[in-house]
Design a protein around this ligand. Structure first.
Ligand SMILES: [Zn+2]
Length: 313
């Protein structure tokens, strides 16, 4: 099976590359921060990608046999919030009925979508040594989609698909074999109902409820997350379907606050999950591995990723 670890752009070092390659991990994922840091983190990554030093690191990763991909909460970057002053209609209407530049955008505004699609193509072309699979996710959160009269009948899943279809069509003008991930988690676990996916859109299933659900209905939410795997695979196809897990996500375990906490792998839990994913037909399994970079290594013994590589062999 294909194995992958996602780390923050600034965490990439020769030590991380060697750790992954020595263990037999298949792919490196570069993952800028999400949430309120997303745009800044993407811009800073794009600056790094222009430097010979950072490119040399990625060359080194490629030479050591690691595939390279970028997984990005891209909505805020793709439609810069400062356009709100001149084009408020590009932005979403929130659940209170107000236009707001806080999250995502209006997915039925043709000009906004055109802007987003073109910028997505530029972004795809700027991702040094990227494979042909692109992961440009909507903003993180619940109920952060557009509620305007034209969008309100489209679920968050349908809204995501509309954006993916538009982006992929534009990216394919430059990268004909490009594919894009439909990220299924939280609101977008539900099957899209009104929008058909472009054939080169594949499923990326990220079971985050399992780690963060703590409301009264937590058990129910986690059960629903599990129950949606089969219908999502059926809808988007098994062939390219990918799982994005959190087994090594020390940013989650550190509650996204530095300094990082000491990381302890739940190896038995991970192996059990992997058995389930294998049985369901997944052949591509990734995990976040953020907050295990150079600042972590100064505080604690370096993390061992061989259990992940071994479990996926
Ligand atoms: Zn709208």
């Amino acid at each position: 099976m294909r194995s992958q670890i996602l780390i923050h752009p600034e965490e990439l070092t020769k030590a991380w590359i060697d750790r992954m390659a020595d263990a037999g991990i298949s792919a490196l994922g570069i993952h800028p921060w999400g949430g309120k840091h997303a745009v800044k983190s993407i811009e800073s990554m794009l600056e790094s990608l222009k430097t010979p030093e950072y490119r040399a690191l990625l060359d080194c990763a490629a030479e050591r046999g690691l595939e390279i991909e970028y997984e990005i909460h891209a909505a805020g970057y793709l439609l810069p919030r400062d356009l709100f002053e001149t084009h408020p209609e590009f932005f979403r209407v929130n659940a209170d009925g107000e236009r707001s530049a806080d999250w995502n955008f209006c997915v039925t505004n043709p000009e906004a979508m055109d802007y987003v699609a073109k910028r997505a193509a530029d972004l795809a072309l700027a991702l040094y040594r990227s494979g042909n699979r692109f992961y440009f996710w909507m903003d993180d959160g619940k109920s952060v989609h557009c509620h305007c009269p034209n969008c309100r009948d489209l679920s968050p899943s349908d809204q995501q698909l509309l954006v993916l279809n538009a982006m992929l069509t534009e990216i394919k003008k430059h990268i004909p074999d490009a594919k894009m991930a439909y990220l299924a988690y939280f609101d977008s676990l539900a099957l899209p109902e009104k929008i058909e996916a472009h054939p080169d859109i594949f499923l990326e299933y990220a079971p985050m409820e399992k780690y963060v659900a703590n409301s009264e209905d937590a058990a129910e939410r986690i059960a629903r997350e599990q129950a949606m795997i089969a219908p999502l695979m059926e809808r988007f196809g098994k062939e390219d379907a990918k799982v994005l897990e959190y087994w090594y996500d020390n940013s989650l375990f550190s509650k996204w606050k530095k300094p990082p906490q000491e990381f302890h792998l739940d190896e038995a839990g991970m192996r059990k999950d992997i058995e389930q994913y294998k049985a369901l037909g997944f052949r591509d399994v990734a995990t976040f591995g953020c907050f295990l970079g150079p600042d972590y290594d100064e505080l604690y013994p370096p993390v061992d990723v061989t259990p992940l590589a071994d479990a996926l062999k």
